[in-house]
Ligand binder design. Structure first.
Ligand SMILES: Cc1ncc(COP(=O)(O)O)c(C=O)c1O
Length: 408
């Protein structure tokens, strides 16, 4: 790939894995670089662009609100926030009647952990192997990957990890000291891992019998990603606390922690607040994104196009059995696990005008905008086929060359 012509690296901290393309605009499931070249965005800005890049409804709502009122602290009432909260209430899982508004996924999880500790008077949190909840101290303490944690120790005390999907092992860790079990209904960052049948319902039962709270982190899996508004609806299980962020405001930073009345009733003014949480600009964007999700056909499309993408990727797996191990997912939250390092595929993706997202060392993760079309998905699979074919043929040439060298 070409070297990047940008001064960003002179100023920006080096904590991001970076790729040399400069994106200047987006439309639907596509983004465009500074030379006007179009890329299909399979990463959706890490799962944020759910209602599409530059969604016209969201763009209009932001523009109108920006010229009216951008900031209004939640200590004052606001018309747009009220409208958003009223509409949000109609789509939250059963029993979640109060929300705390914030600005990111990690912040939503911080609030969830704090609220659970306060409401139960207990300290321990049970999380899972493979989990990802964000990089602030509380959220990071509930995150599994040591790579993110080690450099910043000590983390918070009282976090235990059970094997994701193993109810028996989880049961061993949940005690009278457990404030909450925190789980992603579908694990995202570690490579799209679906819960085994009965796991989420089992956690629900466990949390009830031990009087611990159940937190669903729907930051990546929620807001239509899996073909239902919340991924937990796929298994008919409702939590006591649910967190959401990523695409809920069409790309404007936003997050929320939805809780039961019984939890809200222990929280007092001043105990947990945010300057920007619930600001009118973000609420206007969130209201437009929510209405678009509910009133357009994207939810149904997410389910159908997800099935379609997985069928097509499964065919690629049959065609390239030496390179592709497994295809899995729900709706448009899909993984293609490889038998080779993923980096090469991601890099070649840019050359093919695809923005691909990785998970771990060998997984391609698909989190495209839900507005992606069948034609675009066909093109994606066609290009992935070309990438895998080129890797195969290069490996073949290399092994023949190796053989010849060994013979002479
Ligand atoms: C499940 C989950 N929770 C929390 C987060 C953290 O969100 P943020 O990066 O907005 O803090 C992420 C981000 O990828 C996530 O996937």
């Amino acid at each position: 790939m070409a070297k990047m012509n940008s001064t960003e690296d002179e100023h920006l901290v080096g904590t991001y894995q970076r790729f040399p393309i400069k994106i200047v605009r987006g439309s639907g499931a596509s983004v465009f670089d500074d030379a006007g070249k179009e890329y299909i965005d399979l990463s959706g800005g890490y799962g944020v662009a759910i209602v599409g890049h530059a969604n016209p409804d969201v763009a209009r709502a932001i523009a109108e609100q920006a010229s009216k009122l951008v900031t209004c602290h939640s200590s004052l009432y606001n018309d747009v926030r009220e409208e958003y909260l009223n509409e949000l209430a109609t789509i939250l899982p059963e029993g979640l009647t109060k929300v705390y508004l914030c600005n990111s996924g990690a912040e939503a999880n911080e609030a969830a952990i704090k609220f659970a500790r306060k409401a139960t008077g207990r300290r321990e949190i049970v999380a899972f192997t493979g989990s990802y909840h964000g990089k602030t101290y509380g959220a990071l303490s509930a995150t599994w990957n040591q790579k993110y944690k080690k450099p910043f120790e000590p983390l918070l005390e009282g976090f235990k990890f059970a094997q994701f999907g193993n109810l028996e092992k989880t049961s061993e860790l949940v005690s009278e000291n457990t404030a909450a079990i925190i789980v992603e209904p579908i694990q995202g960052e570690s490579g799209i891992h679906l819960p085994p049948e009965g796991f989420l319902a089992g956690l629900r039962g466990l949390s009830e019998s031990r009087k611990a709270l159940l937190i669903f982190d729907e930051v990546q899996s929620g807001f239509g990603r899996t073909g239902k508004v919340w991924a937990c609806e796929n298994w008919n299980v409702a939590p006591d606390i649910m967190t959401a962020s990523k695409g809920i405001a069409g790309g404007v930073p936003f997050g929320f922690t939805a809780i039961k009345e019984s939890i809200a009733s222990v929280l007092k003014p001043g105990e947990h607040t945010s300057t920007f949480g619930g600001n009118p600009l973000a609420c206007a964007a969130a209201l437009a994104a929510l209405r678009y999700l509910i009133r357009s056909d994207v939810l149904a499309r997410s389910a159908q196009n997800g099935e379609y993408l997985m069928e097509r990727l499964e065919k690629l797996r049959s065609k390239h059995p030496g390179l592709v191990r497994e295809v899995r997912g729900k709706g448009l939250m899909v993984a293609m696990e490889l038998k080779i390092p993923v980096k090469d595929v991601i890099t070649r993706g840019f050359d093919q005008q695809l923005i691909l997202l990785y998970a771990g060392l060998n997984i391609v993760r698909f989190l495209p905008p839900l507005v992606i079309s069948r034609d675009q998905l066909d093109l994606v699979v066609q290009k992935l086929d070309a990438i895998l074919t080129s890797i195969e043929s290069e490996a073949h040439v290399a092994s023949v060359a190796e053989k010849i060298r060994a013979e002479v």
